[in-house]
Design a protein around this ligand. Structure first.
Ligand code: ACO
Length: 310
């Protein structure tokens, strides 16, 4: 009966075991996962655009090959995640539809434009760095398919983070103009990167329940703090600064104090009013519509294969 199923679910969570697609789960758990995994998948797919913008203008063949590999990895991450969402009974087509109708969110970070080539490095270092910080604990998320997808995603994100850092450190060994370009880029991306972790804990409607269900393992503020502490020594090694006058080591807490991101900007960006929201969605919609013939052909081909094996 219902309460036995509920107990079984609660025990699985308490024992730190995984919930699998065929297991009974509360409706709210399923809904939360679909929301988070869909948002995550959309972020990977939309996330191809800011860097894709520089593919044809990469400064060398080596940089172009690296960037192409990275952008393709993001497409792969989107596919693993849509597959994980499908195990919960939703269709990828339906999720894509919701994305291009503006009914489902994707990460705020991808609504900022990439103005210089240094942005490719900064996105790798800070944006993918923040993504890793947020996603490593998701490898232990209570839902099996999501947790397993995260393992491979995190390995690939680590490569992305290092290529970004390597790109920036190469530029920092270059000319004064290149160093200035790196600093200007870091100044633009620092605050939006901190916003990737979501609203402060006391304004995060989902955190408490998601922690109870062990979908999330840490709160938004805990991960933001971890990211700041991790990034400060890296910035020092690189020779750049962060645009935050309140950023300072606090020996009593054994952590850095830092300023408050502009949460009104965050709210505007997730409402659709960021610099690049309209462009990102228009591009995604066009790619989806232009790809309709490929999906139709693949479906017809698969149907023919089934007939011939009958
Ligand atoms: N960008 C867009 N929307 C956000 C962001 C953000 N940076 N942070 C929070 N939100 C949304 C939440 O999805 C939620 O939306 P809702 O209206 O559907 O409920 C709302 O703001 C309130 O936030 P929270 O209650 O804190 O939501 P949640 O518990 O889901 O935590 C978080 C947000 C931390 C982003 C979580 O969903 C998560 O860990 N997601 C997986 C990681 C991910 O999506 N990464 C994508 C970017 S990284 C990359 O692709 C390189």
């Amino acid at each position: 009966d219902a309460s036995a199923l509920d107990d079984e679910f609660a025990r699985t969570i308490a024992d730190d075991l995984r919930i699998e697609p065929r297991d009974w789960m509360p409706d709210g758990y399923r809904k939360t996962l679909v929301r988070q995994i869909a948002q995550h998948a959309h972020s990977e797919i939309i996330g191809m655009q800011p860097e894709g913008n520089w593919l044809t203008r990469a400064p060398s063949l080596r940089r172009k090959a690296i960037l192409m590999a990275k952008v393709q990895d993001e497409a792969g991450h989107g596919l693993y995640l849509y597959s994980a969402a499908e195990t919960l009974g939703v269709e990828r087509a339906e999720l894509t539809e919701k994305l291009i109708e503006g009914k489902q969110k994707y990460s705020s970070i991808f609504n900022y434009p990439t103005l210089t080539y240094a942005d490719v490095g900064t996105i790798g270092w800070l944006v993918d760095g923040a993504a890793i910080c947020n996603q490593v604990p998701l490898c232990r998320s209570s839902f099996g398919p999501y947790a397993r997808a995260m393992i491979r995603v995190c390995k690939e994100e680590s490569f992305h983070q290092r290529q970004g850092y390597e790109l920036l450190s190469t530029m920092m060994r270059g000319t004064d103009a290149q160093r200035a370009m790196v600093q200007e880029s870091v100044d633009r991306w620092w605050w939006p990167a901190l916003m990737m972790f979501g609203p402060p804990d006391d304004q995060s409607p989902n955190t408490e329940q998601s922690m109870e269900w062990r979908i999330k393992r840490h709160t938004n503020d805990e991960l933001r703090q971890r990211f700041v502490d991790m990034s400060v020594p890296q910035a020092k090694a690189l020779g750049v600064t962060f645009p935050d006058p309140d950023l300072i080591w606090n020996p009593d807490r054994g952590a850095h104090d830092f300023g408050e991101p502009d949460w009104s900007e965050f709210t505007e960006v997730i409402k659709g009013n960021g610099a690049a929201n309209a462009e990102r969605i228009a591009n995604r919609r066009a790619a989806h519509e232009n790809g309709a013939w490929v999906r139709e052909a693949a479906t017809a081909f698969a149907a023919r294969g089934q007939e011939s094996t009958r």
